[in-house]
Write a protein of this length. Sequence first.
Length: 170
Amino acid sequence: MARPQTKRALLSQSQDNFKKMSSLIDQFTPEQEQQIFSFEDRDRNVRDVLIHLYEWHQLLLNWVEENHVNHHQADFLPVPYTWRTYGDMNVQLQKKHQDTSLNDAKAMIAESHTKVMTLINQFSDEALFTKRYFPWTGTTSVGSYCVSATSSHYDWALKKLKKHQRTLKE
């Protein structure tokens, strides 16, 4: 699937992938939803995948809020993480939510997805996809971050959940 380059494509692809992901999860029995993946070290079950997506939504929402709304220069990744060490951050995010229930994770991701779609809708195509449109995006665009936190990340989740589905049949 081509990476979205317009607001319309981003919203459409994000909604489609989110619906596909939700539909796939709905196909699992409660036991299968809770089952530990046989192939993963970090995101070990459906809850972990949903929490991962939720936390990346929070990164995006907070980053835009700080920079665009509050006019306070803030990096996308929280200190002390960098793009070289964000894998360590992902591990910490997974550990943080070990007491979060699957039902809570489902509610959290549904709410954050809606907030991110609303956020994206507030920007024009130009503001979303013009590199350096905002000084706080560095050499890229805010849309690039939105794609990464939504349609591309949902695609990642779909692949992981489909792999879980296949291993259940083996």
